[in-house]
Design a protein around this ligand. Sequence first.
Ligand SMILES: *[C@@H]1O[C@H](CO)[C@@H](O)[C@H](O)[C@H]1NC(C)=O
Ligand SMILES: *[C@@H]1O[C@H](CO)[C@@H](O)[C@H](O)[C@H]1NC(C)=O
Length: 244
Amino acid sequence: MKVVVALLATAGIAFAQTAPQYGQVRAFLRLMWSGATTCPSGWTCTVSNAYYSQCLPGAATGGSSPTTTATGGSSPTSTSASATGPTPTLVSGWSFIRAVEDPNFHKYLRSEVQNQPSTAVLGDPLTAGQFAVASGQLVQYANLSASTPLYANVQPRANSTVMKLGLTWETTPDEGGGTFVWSGDTLEWSIPTISRPQTNAWLVCPDAAGNLVLFINLGAYAYMTPTGCADETIHAYTGPYPTS
Ligand SMILES: *[C@@H]1O[C@H](CO)[C@@H](O)[C@H](O)[C@H]1NC(C)=O
Ligand SMILES: *[C@@H]1O[C@H](CO)[C@@H](O)[C@H](O)[C@H]1NC(C)=O
């Protein structure tokens, strides 16, 4: 632990874009990170968890699941987890997000094309994505070996007759696209330009291909529900595995 504190202090005073050897580099959920973002040549940015990445000796071993740094006391105590196995295992600092009302009970949030920029949908537990809210952005852990995570981008409201807004997963944050926040374990969204009766109201509307497409419900929960849609609230689940 002493070593970690020393490393943090070192990284904290350095404003260089390249971290020192064993130095800390920007982790996924450090959205306001002003320190180093790359490692020296021959060193690899190794993900410990959503909040901590560090330069370790050696070249990248290919983009696979995040590896836990097993270098004695120098890595923070966290998880060793693989996001690519048949059963998703929750990575420290992240949450599954699931609906709890029929007909979508325990369907889990993900991108339509798993780990890729695409529409926000719900799916079976085995396909669950992992998420965190940081600086008002809803961030999807898609692949910590990739250079950026995916951010939920909310479709702009075309006019005042539009009562539901779709979401897509993009590699860029949704600047000016509203604010996601947890209220307990319930995910809420708001934006100053739209008055909503309930910030926790969501809709799930299956498309022609059977995808359970997620929408922000600009109306009230269970009131004037659009045809073909179901009212839902969606919640963080931090068990080790998504359950059905
Ligand atoms: C993760 O990202 C890396 C780098 O972009 C890529 O090479 C790898 O195929 C990705 N893995 C998965 C499981 O998507
Ligand atoms: C409002 O926007 C929707 C979606 O773009 C469109 O289909 C509809 O015709 C628009 N209505 C008005 C009154 O402009």
